[in-house]
Ligand binder design. Structure first.
Ligand code: XUL
Ligand code: MN
Length: 346
């Protein structure tokens, strides 16, 4: 019997990537946005995530009326396709103006650019109809710690959030922490940092977070604990599921690809917190393996969703009464084996 569940799934245009890495060129031909939207719909996904310039390309060169026109045209296309725009995220790491950070740049002109670009991102989100802005603070950190003041940077991040909160009274901000890459050390490496920062803003209730599995693993944390922590605050507003083999570059592997048990525990945490029941989406921030052929270009997304749903079944079928009994008896060896046997199946 098909699994009954409430989960809705999405991905971003960047998840149909062409395989470029720092050492080599693309290995699949670039595809237009329309093709990506068609794939998303064809494979039964519910929503799409956007960077601001995924929605309105070459955003920095466009006027406000042009931005409005293009964003509204995109909204019509999404409506026609029956696809919801889950989030919009300002791309604050590509421009020469954000080379030394965005909100925490040492150059006030660059900080001004970052805020104005964020306002444009908020406008686009409003035109598309979503109230959720994701902030991946890519370059808010340093390559060497003497280059910036951590205290001042924290104040600048709060100031930037306050400016955005004042600019539009309806949007919410989900901070996506990541401890490193592209920076050596980022200023907001974990969910604890993101939620602490939220408390310093003028409207803590409108500042929450997004957990990415790989980012938590890169911080040496268990993503399931990050999920429980964020949910204890009622602040897990989106999640990027993927996987990561230890402390390397951000790999964005298919969900469960590296460590099925860590993936199982994330699903258990999402289940026990009722994630998705307030309309939150499961976003799959995964990339194809570089050697992927064009005809297999969607497989990492479809497989990640399948693994997720298989693990929902596993989470629900787990013998929780037995587990409680073993915990009460402090028989963690047997608990460990119970989990392994359950994941291995018959
Ligand atoms: C970066 C990352 C981004 C964000 C969106 O590591 O995960 O794709 O999710 O800006
Ligand atoms: Mn992500």
């Amino acid at each position: 019997m098909a699994l009954k569940h409430h989960y809705k799934f999405c991905f971003g245009p960047w998840n149909l990537s062409e395989g470029q890495d720092p050492y080599g060129p693309p290995v699949r031909p670039p595809q237009a946005f329309d093709w990506k939207l068609e794939q998303l719909k064809k494979h039964g996904f519910d929503a799409m995530m956007f960077h601001d310039d995924d929605a309105v390309p070459e955003l920095d060169t466009k006027t406000e009326p042009q931005i409005r026109k293009e964003a509204k045209a995109l909204k019509r296309r999404l409506d026609d396709a029956g696809i919801w725009p889950e989030i919009v995220a300002p791309r604050l790491w590509f421009s020469p103006m954000t080379i030394d950070g965005a909100y925490t740049s040492n150059d006030p002109k660059c900080r001004k650019y970052a805020i104005e670009r964020s306002f444009k991102c908020i406008d686009i989100a409003r035109h598309l109809g979503t109230d959720l802005i994701v902030l991946w603070l890519a370059r808010e950190g340093t390559y060497l710690r003497e280059a910036k003041s951590g205290r001042r940077s924290t104040e600048l991040l709060v100031e930037a959030l306050d400016r955005m909160l004042a600019y539009d009274k309806t949007v919410r901000f989900a901070i996506e922490p990541k401890p490193n890459e592209p920076m050596d050390h980022a200023y907001v490496p974990t969910i604890g940092h993101a939620l602490a920062l939220a408390q310093l803003t003028s409207q803590p209730r409108r500042v929450g977070c997004l957990i990415e599995s790989a980012h938590a693993i890169l911080a040496g944390l268990d993503p399931a604990d990050e999920i429980d922590f964020a949910c204890a605050f009622g602040k897990l507003w989106s999640i990027h599921l993927n996987d990561q083999n230890g402390l390397k570059f951000d790999q964005d592997k298919p969900f469960g690809s590296n460590n099925l048990r860590v993936a199982f525990n994330q699903v258990c945490a999402l289940e026990r917190n009722g994630y998705g029941k307030q309309g939150e989406y499961v976003a799959l921030d995964v990339h194809p393996f570089r050697t992927t052929r064009v005809e297999h270009w969607m497989a990492h997304l479809v497989n990640s969703r399948r693994t997720f749903l298989r693990l929902v079944e596993k989470a629900r079928a787990f013998d929780k009464a037995k587990a409680r009994q073993l915990v009460a008896n402090r028989d963690y060896q047997a608990l460990d084996q119970l989990v392994l046997e359950h994941l291995m199946g018959r």
